[in-house]
Design a protein around this ligand. Structure first.
Ligand SMILES: [Zn+2]
Length: 298
């Protein structure tokens, strides 16, 4: 069995503080992962309006947004100007490349994408993707080949825009099966490699799961057979900060269980001689997370 560690980096603080700690952790075990960056302004504070959405309070109470994100981050874009992440963390992003990890795009503006993309049209979507790609190119000096949408949110235009903009594989969705997404009148040539496992913030607090037993719980999930291999999404703001000891423990379990670690690039190469289905994207709720997420329909 193999597992991809996909690191979503959502915030300025997560890039500055969480990413270096994850680099040190992965170096300790000689593991290569895929880091997906938020490249534009950190407007995390604007996400507070999600408080008024049904289901949010139960999630906040369980994962303690303040504890994991910090007060300053929650004021960005509201009472404090949101810092431009790539401009202020260029050296850190480059150090991820220098350490041999794969890098890709998470988004330009996380809150803007997550809260709006599902109802936006082609021009808005193309603009957001272009802004992210330009910042990626400007600060990392190359074109990205992979992307993983913020908050597992997208619209019908995203898969074909990803193909048009040169992404060859993406991890925008949840589900067990890689697929070529069928949207509009066409099938995108940009392969979806979904996140197969639950995230720590989805599991924490439910069914007696805490920081001390979450690694074992996730390891149990990873034992569920999947012929394509698993994809685990972690967050620089969580596993790179307060949940770093749990992530360390999870890696030890995975090594003991003889899981092979892959980047998304390695998984994509492995999948390229497999028969990959063409499927529409569907929407569903996932336990522990508020709102609907994009899913493979298998
Ligand atoms: Zn994210």
């Amino acid at each position: 069995m193999s597992i991809v560690l996909k690191v979503d980096v959502d915030t300025y603080r997560g890039t500055r503080e969480g990413v270096p700690r994850l680099l040190a952790l992965f170096a300790k075990y000689d593991i290569k992962a895929t880091f997906l960056f938020s490249l534009g302004p950190d407007n995390t504070g604007r996400a507070l309006k999600r408080i008024f959405r049904p289901g949010f309070f139960s999630k906040v109470a369980r994962t303690s947004v303040l504890e994991h994100y910090g007060l300053k981050t929650l004021l960005y874009g509201v009472l404090l100007p949101g810092p431009h992440i790539a401009k202020n963390t260029e050296q850190i992003m480059r150090s991820v490349v220098d350490a041999g990890h794969e890098v890709g795009v998470h988004c330009y503006d996380h809150v803007r994408w997550q809260d709006n993309v599902r109802n936006q049209g082609e021009d808005w979507t193309r603009n957001q993707l272009n802004l992210a790609m330009q910042a990626f190119d400007q600060y990392l000096g190359c074109k990205p080949t992979t992307i993983g949408a913020a908050g597992w949110q997208l619209n019908d235009f995203v898969p074909h825009l990803e193909a048009e903009l040169g992404f060859t594989y993406a991890s925008d969705t949840r589900g067990d099966t890689p697929f070529f997404p069928q949207t509009l009148a066409a099938t995108s040539s940009c392969m979806q490699i979904p996140t197969t496992l639950p995230t720590m913030d989805e599991l924490l607090g439910a069914n007696g799961i805490s920081g001390t037993n979450i690694a074992e719980c996730l390891f149990q999930h990873s034992l569920k057979a999947n012929e394509y291999g698993h994809v685990y999404t972690l967050h620089a703001e969580m596993e790179g900060m307060k949940l770093l000891p749990a992530m360390d423990q999870l890696i030890q379990y995975l090594i003991a269980g003889e899981q092979q670690f892959q980047t998304l690039a390695e998984r994509h190469a492995y999948l390229s001689d497999r028969e990959i289905p063409m499927l529409p994207i569907t929407w569903a709720e996932i336990e522990g997370r508020s709102g609907e997420l994009a899913m493979s329909s298998f």
